[in-house]
Design a protein. Sequence first.
Length: 341
Amino acid sequence: MKSPRYLVLIGAGAALLGIGATLLGCASGFGSFGLLGSPFFLFDPALGSQNTPTGPNSTLTGSGGTVGGATGATDPCDEQQSRKFVRISMRNLNEVDNIHYFLILIAFVNGDQYPSGAVCVDDVSIYRSFGYEEVAEGDEFPIGNTCVTGPALVYFHENGNYRAADGSLASGIEPSRGTGATFDNFFTSAGALVPVPDRILFQNPGTGDGFDLKVAFTPNNPCTESVGVSQCGVDAFYYVDENDLPVGSTALGVGSSRRVPAEIQGTGCECRGSAEPFQVLAPSGTTASNAECNEFVRGGRIDYAFIRDDVTPPIPQLVWRVTDASGSVIHDFDDAANVSP
């Protein structure tokens, strides 16, 4: 299923994508984006995230409608075991640059607070065993520009560290070799089996190895402070050399190592014209014919491919292919990226 793209290419010196008072749209089944008080105040009850784009060159944007995952969810405790997971692979198709990415998965525990939450309370231990960190009911978990309110679970892959203690790549992928892609050491070509999240977010919280790379503002605590920058303009991943130093583009110049959610296929920023940096879990029963452009499905698979093709008009630099449990394609790689399955 294809939807119109709303791409904003953001590099060094480019304007951040702002948020205006006309922005509508549901963040998923767990809360809606609404405007409270100031026309430039954005609050998502599910995440507790706040966004106050008061900087220069802010641009009004808004699409209205539903961003996805809002209705029709089956009790996750009634789901088949295979549908409690999603398989994820990642590859780098760039022959020159390494990738340093920051993957955050957010899952809400089904119950009174999150009636459409993906996690059966009896399955919390499965998430913890995978590496999700549990956020107790009523607690708040700040990560980057995002504040997650419990009961929930948060997974931050390798804490964003480019290399592991043994020197191997952790949240990094080497350049492709010749015509073949290079796959991530964890999210391999076979795909890693991941307890299904409600939201997938690529975002650099500015910790660990990501500290020196980060450009966009990160509050000390997004649970208590305004974010101050559009969620579409935060740092998501970088092109780097083998020493994790930023690598610019011949086409775009210095600072173009940085990529943002507006340049990732399947985010609300890219395909919905909203300030939604997430990719979201579709309601149970969603098929290829009715899936929203930013949705993935239970029991299916997501294949991510990093590219580098700085063209005009711009195209997504991280593309995805989403299939269901039967292998039927929900979303294919963006045609402009010219990526084969």
